[in-house]
Design a protein around this ligand. Structure first.
Ligand code: HEM
Length: 525
């Protein structure tokens, strides 16, 4: 190559650089990215992003760089939002632009693309959300109260008979109540086909959507490796999860549909209601609407069961560590509800301390420590910084809920912090204003979730004493509270002892469960 050629190439390189710099300047209007660690060329901040329990490291990095923290990996911007005001400004105000979700190949490979919680902002998503909301808004939640109540009473009975399998009982109870509500299906045994399919689909979400766990996320051609290929374990998992998601989508739908078509009385449930509203099969929109019906019901289960299990498990851990909280709650329950019945939703206004426990449980053990990430649709500006289109926005919910300035003695479980003059008062930021997310993406299952947490926590405390676990010699074992890693976090150690408060409490559990079973049998006949 001659010197002239070399000079020509150099000139071309300089021109390309200047051209892209001018274009970038015009696009960013001269604004810079938010501050963050300086990355490497090409790889960017690949090695600066913490992998394990990143919410702790993000909190520390925010105290160094500020509450809007920027990372870039292979040209992808990720912004961590570290304060409640910034989160509100970014995700609530003008939220259309920040209401999308990042689309990754992992959603398809794990079968989770049926979950509308992961769909990008747009008409397809909003049609799902509208159908879902009809069945989970405040009024619909009141209407579904009896289902949650009966499931709670059966859950108490299982706890009484076998207190050692707390998490399994909870998963069974919540899985069951969503099955009943969404599909009208009653399951009585843990080894149920529907529950097995649901568990496999949930496994896809909890294991497959952990960022950077599977190489295929960055090298999409790996998806074409066949399942029989040696070392293709991820491909076998993807196949299993996709099959489970397909089954979850079709199996209950076919069952309810058949029931309706055969003239047998279809179960009263969300699915039968949505099927009744479907257009005629010859209408062009029929197949889309049918898909929405299936996705909405599957999403109710995927989004609604383990969030509840994790929060309630956290509440059990807290209650076993704070006997004084339990005593106060039980004094309130004894005074308001009395020994002859279990608490119900109608007691909500009178059970102020239980309401405060629900709030503190949602703060103390936060289910999704980094929220459910949002994503920008167009270029944006936040507090004078440039936020490019497609940026992933991570609200550090754990840091906000554990900020000692807002919640003094932040690691302690103190429901009293929300009570003033005998009422839940505006003394302190209410966790309910944050833990369910933001803007157009705010959790549409929040009324159902709050009702379920209230009735479960109140009922459990009414009849059980929850204590620390004991060793073989009956001595209490110390439990250190902690959170598991992953997008959805569980208590690391949820061991505790669960005993009925009195023989009368035991009789009340058995009697309430018997009535719940009788109602189930009556409804099924
Ligand atoms: C303790 C219980 C729960 C917590 C803490 C919780 C929290 C959240 C959060 C933080 C989001 C993301 C919001 C955002 O993107 O800003 C969300 C989304 C969602 N939640 Fe919940 N949730 C709970 C229970 C439930 C239940 C019981 C259901 C269903 C019955 C449900 C259904 C959904 C759905 C469908 C979405 C996706 C919304 C969308 O993207 O449009 N959640 N939830």
């Amino acid at each position: 190559m001659s010197l002239v050629d070399l000079l020509f190439l150099l000139l071309l390189g300089i021109l390309a650089y200047v051209w892209s710099a001018v274009r970038w300047r015009r696009r960013s209007r001269g604004l810079s990215f938010p501050p963050g660690p300086t990355g490497l060329p090409v790889l960017g901040n690949m090695f600066d992003i913490p992998i394990h329990k990143p919410w702790y490291a993000y909190r520390d990095l925010c105290s160094k760089y500020g509450d809007i923290l920027h990372f870039r990996i292979f040209g992808q911007s990720i912004v961590v939002l570290g304060s409640a005001d910034i989160i509100r400004e970014s995700l609530n105000t003008g939220s259309t632009n920040t209401a999308s979700r990042k689309q990754t190949i992992m959603l398809e490979l794990t079968g989770e693309s049926l979950n509308f919680g992961f769909m990008p902002y747009g008409r397809w998503w909003s049609r799902h959300r509208r159908a879902f909301w009809q069945h989970f808004d405040r009024d619909a939640t009141i209407a579904s109260g009896p289902i949650q109540r009966d499931m709670t009473h059966k859950f108490l009975e299982r706890l009484l008979k076998d207190p050692s399998n707390l998490k399994e009982h909870m998963r069974f109870a919540f899985g069951r109540s969503v099955l009943k509500l969404a599909y009208g299906i009653d399951v009585s045994a843990e080894k149920d086909e529907y529950l097995a399919v649901m568990d496999e689909t949930l496994e896809g979400a909890s294991e497959g959507l952990v960022p950077r766990k599977f190489l295929v996320e960055y090298l999409p051609f790996l998806r074409y490796i066949q399942t029989w290929f040696p070392g293709a374990r991820p491909q076998r998992l993807f196949a299993k999860w996709q099959q489970a998601a397909e089954k979850l989508k079709d199996m209950p739908y076919d069952c309810v549909r058949k029931c309706m078509e055969s003239g047998t009385e279809a179960p009263q449930c969300i699915m039968s209601d949505l099927i009744a509203g479907l257009p005629h099969p010859r209408e062009p929109s029929y197949h889309e609407e049918e898909d929405i019906v299936k996705n909405v019901c599957a999403t109710a289960f995927l989004a609604g069961s383990d969030t509840m299990v994790s929060t309630l498990l956290g509440a059990f851990v807290a209650l076993s560590l704070y006997p004084d909280v339990q005593k106060k709650a039980q004094a309130e329950l004894d005074a308001v509800v009395g020994p002859d019945r279990l608490p119900d939703y109608s007691d909500q206004d009178s059970l102020v301390y239980i309401g405060a426990i629900v709030r503190e449980a949602l703060r103390w053990h936060i289910v999704d420590p980094l929220g459910l990430p949002h994503c920008t649709i167009d270029d944006d500006e936040l507090y004078g910084y440039f936020i490019p289109a497609g940026t992933v926005l991570l609200p550090n919910m754990w840091a906000i809920m554990h900020d000692p300035e807002t919640y003094p003695d932040t690691e302690a479980f103190r429901p009293e912090r929300y009570i003033r003059d005998g009422k839940i008062g505006p003394t302190i930021r209410d966790p309910l204003s944050l833990v369910f997310g933001f803007g157009r993406r705010i959790c549409p299952g929040r009324y159902f979730a709050l009702a379920g947490l209230f009735v479960n926590i109140a009922s459990v405390l009414h009849v059980f004493y929850i204590g620390p676990p004991v060793d073989g010699g009956g001595r209490p074992v110390e439990v250190t509270p902690g959170m598991t890693d992953g997008a959805m976090s569980y208590p690391e150690d949820a061991r505790c002892t669960i005993k009925p408060r009195s023989p009368k409490a035991e009789a009340l559990i058995l009697d309430s469960a018997r009535c719940a079973w009788l109602r189930t049998v009556a409804n099924n006949n």
